[in-house]
Design a protein around this ligand. Sequence first.
Ligand SMILES: CCCCCCCCCCCCCCCCCCCCCC(=O)SCCNC(=O)CCNC(=O)[C@H](O)C(C)(C)COP(=O)(O)OP(=O)(O)OC[C@H]1O[C@@H](n2cnc3c(N)ncnc32)[C@H](O)[C@@H]1OP(=O)(O)O
Ligand SMILES: NC(=O)C1=CN([C@@H]2O[C@H](COP(=O)(O)OP(=O)(O)OC[C@H]3O[C@@H](n4cnc5c(N)ncnc54)[C@H](OP(=O)(O)O)[C@@H]3O)[C@@H](O)[C@H]2O)C=CC1
Length: 606
Amino acid sequence: MRLTQPLPSFLASSLAHEQPQCLLRGTSPVASGMNFFLELWKTKGRIMSMIAAYYKNKSILITGATGFMGKVLMEKLLRTSPDLKVIYILMRPKAGQTLPQRMLQILSSKLFEKVKEVCPNMHEKIRPIYADLGQSDLAISKEDMQELLSCTNIIFHCAATVRFDEPLRHAVQLNVTATQQLLLMASQMPKLEVFVHISTAFSNCNLKHIDEVIYPCQVEPKKIIDSMQWLDDAIVDEITPKLIGDRPNTYTYTKALGEVVVQQESENLNIAIIRPSIVGATWQEPFPVSPAPGPQAGLHVDLLLAQTSSCPSSFSSHEMLDKGVLLAGVSLGWVDNLNGPSGLIIAAGKGLLRSVKAAPMAVADLIPVDTVVNLTLAVGWYTAVHRPQSTLIYHCTSGNLNPCNWGKMGLQIMASFEKIPYEKPFRRPNADFTTNTFTNQYWKAVSHWAPAIMYDLYLQLTGRKPRFTKLMNRLSKTLSMLEYFVNHSWEWSTSNTDMLMLELSPEDQRVFNFDIRQLNWLDYIENYVLGIKKYLLKEDMSGIPKARQQLKKLRNIHYFFNTALFLITWRLLIARSQMARNVWLFIVSFCYKFLSYFRASSTLKA
Ligand SMILES: CCCCCCCCCCCCCCCCCCCCCC(=O)SCCNC(=O)CCNC(=O)[C@H](O)C(C)(C)COP(=O)(O)OP(=O)(O)OC[C@H]1O[C@@H](n2cnc3c(N)ncnc32)[C@H](O)[C@@H]1OP(=O)(O)O
Ligand SMILES: NC(=O)C1=CN([C@@H]2O[C@H](COP(=O)(O)OP(=O)(O)OC[C@H]3O[C@@H](n4cnc5c(N)ncnc54)[C@H](OP(=O)(O)O)[C@@H]3O)[C@@H](O)[C@H]2O)C=CC1
């Protein structure tokens, strides 16, 4: 092959470095390195993604592929590296579905639509393997284990329990012991090139400034794992608060223990750790991006509505949305679970959540899931190819590069509800952040509990099943679990992530973009709210004008109710207090005089 253009500097410098073992088997380093990069060179003079090329012909093991992040990771891998050999998925049957049925359902979802175009045989690339990370030996069969040990090149370990109220024993099993088991497996894999462990930026949330290092835990993870074998549940529950110390829950504590376990095994393995902050809906992929940044932000929703309302009746609104989205380049934030902010956005959009105790100036460290996945794939490539001497930790956060605080984010969410209202709201969305505990309690009593109790009473009187107090109980529990994260701010250093960005070729920076500075929060939040409506609530976009009408109706009811309440209170006051009567007489006579003056002056002018 002849080069039509000179090699760019990053390729030339890469060739000068020592080449990765996995790429050089059987040939001299320079020659095979040259061949590898020449293969990347496209005839039109454009460089193919080096990261995508790295995953070609690789056998990749993913845990947690049925989860939020795992699905996006699998999608991106298949879309950008359709020539990969196989993806082994460690998974368990769920909700009456067998492994193949579960996998089929995931692969036929909207998220994988684009993959079908580039990788029509994607089903053949996926190999589900039964595993239960909740069991000490992971419950993998002998045959499957044999295949995994002999074939795996890359491991992405995403599986975890992310519940904040998980009993310590279960959280330790999932987030620590299973990680240890997986590392043990990894150490027996002769072809393994890299092990990428997904942790969380909040594993050390007891600190204010967090560096890209592993912090020691007070009690050795091995001791914790051992003690879980013989301590009974009552004692485990009793010692839990002492063990987690100043962390808010068992999740963050066990994720920190998991990191220490990874560190202890890192001498023999090529490992990297990713620490994402609060993972939100997709930003740029797999659905196209809005072309309207800056002042035009928000234009796409109106465009979408205009298209939806003028669509020919032969098109369903979904089709129209999809066509509109693709034609106009409108992006939708894809999301498929209620974790993090998503559940609370729904609760606020439906008018159930109206007060959150939060520090409005605290940094809202949200990170889109596609950004996390891009960094994960880039880290996998970099760690395998460059084999850093120590285990590198990568913070995947937004706060230091493109900060947005909770106050601003809350306002943007509320503004988005005006454009994209959710259907059948309980009340008009009107949520607010309060810093004061007493004020928060007051608003919860008045705006959460009182309407819920009243509505349930009404439901009972009309012979229906009450459900709002139960819903409020659940919301209160969720709020109490999440409030810690909206009342604190953290600083995460991102030196390794910044370094990696510089190591990428321009093409890789484009295809595996994790530069959060390019994110426009206004657009992102709007797309997030829109994505929740479509993918989580499964509401029809053609219903938006009707939902807007309903909001107007609720607003009028709200004004009517408040006015009536005011008048009744006032009437009662007048009946009981001389002072209230005097004030009332003063206001009435003032209004009368003002009107008389206004009428007299207008007669004079005429
Ligand atoms: C201007 C003002 C505007 C205001 C605008 C206001 C909006 C914006 C406000 C922004 C503030 C954002 C703060 C984010 C902080 C995130 C920090 C993450 C940091 C760490 C990140 C990580 O590193 S880790 C990933 C995160 N990890 C979780 O985020 C798990 C949490 N979660 C649980 O720990 C369990 O969920 C928990 C809760 C125990 C319940 O437990 P539980 O037993 O009561 O409930 P279950 O989960 O079993 O679910 C039973 C039923 O509740 C439904 N449901 C579940 N969650 C729901 C939910 N959030 N909202 C509604 N509904 C929910 C579910 O769909 C079931 O419904 P159904 O019964 O119909 O099937
Ligand atoms: N979401 C977030 O905000 C953040 C997440 N993270 C980390 O990212 C990773 C992925 O999180 P996310 O995708 O959001 O979480 P999800 O809860 O969506 O997914 C968790 C995954 O783990 C699997 N899993 C759980 N228990 C078992 C088990 N016993 N056996 C086999 N598999 C099991 C789940 O399988 P199943 O479908 O069968 O339940 C699922 O695939 C986690 O390590 C988490 O700590 C870090 C920071 C923030």
